[in-house]
Design a protein around this ligand. Sequence first.
Ligand SMILES: Cc1ncc(COP(=O)(O)O)c(C=O)c1O
Length: 405
Amino acid sequence: MATRTKAAAVAADPGTTAPPRFASVAAAIEALRPDLPVYALFPKRITRSVRKFMTGFPGRTLYAVKANPAPELLDLIYKAGLRDFDTASLPEVKLIAERFKDATCHFMAPIRIRGTTGEAYRKYGVRSFAIDDERELQHLDEETGITLPSERKKVTVFVRLSTPVDGAFLELSSKFGLDAADGAALLKKVAAAGFTPALTFHVGSLCIRPMAYRQALEFCRDAVEMAGVELGGFDVGGGFPAPYPGVPAPPMDDYFYAIREARKTLRLSKKADLICEPGRALCAEGISAITQVIRRKNDRVYLNDGVYGSFDEMTLPDWNIDYPRRVYMRTGAGKVVEVGGPRRPYRVYGPTCDTLDKMPRPILLPQNLGDEDWIEFGMLGAYSCALRTGFNGFYPNRWVEVQEA
Ligand SMILES: Cc1ncc(COP(=O)(O)O)c(C=O)c1O
């Protein structure tokens, strides 16, 4: 087996230069023989996902940075043409503003640490903020300190509503958001304060029902009618699915159609900015985690990555996504090849000493799986590296680019 020192010689410095490029995952493994996890970025897939939104969504697309803030990925999203980012903390604002000088950050967390609104406004030029209570509106007022009415108008304040949950794997309506009546009252206060009023919601992550957006927009219509204010912005949030195997999500065009149709019923002015802020749908397909088997003991497999690394999302309640897998072995001639053949269920564990570091369900892998074989988990771009920890000394952070379609 190649040593880590040898592999390091071909690795790029993450975050400062582009990762090393390979024609295929097999070629990357063959060159690096990695004994630590490696993230494979697929630029073609990222570009495809970004372009789908930029050409199909009937408004402006923001990327929700929290889904995956890895600079290597952000660079590809930017290269694909996207310039707007949903940044939900000051560090995310800073990351984007310092990396992409012509990007626009939108601070879409409804509660913010004291002082961060003012800093985002003054230092980073942020002009859109979400809120779901009056206190946050007061903070916005105090921290920006804007007095000129024309300058206040340039700040768009998105009131977050808690819309009905329908078809999402992970609901995002119980922590933040107002009902239509309270939302209407807050919209009026935003308008009275001289800011530009706007609405936002989140149907929940991995939403497999386009109609959920339509229902949410109808819910918003009630708030708009009660408030009687003219909206300057409308944000339908994230929640768009990625095409995981076995997940019955309709094509993305069905979501765009549902939103386009429902928008008509809102009678928004031509000036109102319609936006969406997908995370998962832009980054899931474009990244695999290449892991290695440290040890196989009968039906138990110990990998060099686990739930404290790239696989946190697997531990969500009722989360039964079957991330696609490819397995690679060495041949006698020192080549690395993808292998097929009969599979059997294994109990799969991560590398740490913690008992909880295990995949919640058995995973089907080749019967002849052995020590030091590699397993590529595909479609792992969303909420994987974003949630990795350095627990027990393991922190996956090696990147390659793979030119597969
Ligand atoms: C406010 C907001 N916008 C966008 C997103 C991205 O959601 P998704 O990855 O489901 O598209 C999230 C996810 O938590 C969110 O909280």
